[in-house]
Design a protein. Structure first.
Length: 89
């Protein structure tokens, strides 16, 4: 899945499943890059199970979010180790 601009505003939904993520509501970020950084590097890995990233009417699931974060186009410096980068149970 591709993304045109990592600097677009984004809403991030986190939860142990999709229903929980939606119930908790979105967390707004100034840009996609910072939303991805928070989701992958800072949030609890379990909260990525139901994660959704909403950008300009498009929705990205956990696997797409990880691909965007690992993309060579990702504009921010990544941590050397990331808790959320593993495979889902």
């Amino acid at each position: 899945m591709t993304l045109q601009n990592y600097m677009d505003g984004a809403e991030l939904y986190l939860g142990s499943d999709r229903k929980t993520a939606i119930a908790h509501g979105p967390r707004a970020f100034r840009n996609v890059a910072k939303a991805l950084r928070f989701a992958i590097e800072e949030a609890a890995p379990v909260s990525l199970r139901g994660a959704r990233l909403s950008v300009g009417g498009r929705t990205f699931t956990r696997s797409a979010m990880l691909a965007l974060y690992k993309s060579p186009n990702y504009p921010l410096t990544r941590k050397s180790t990331v808790a959320g980068g593993g495979s889902a149970p």
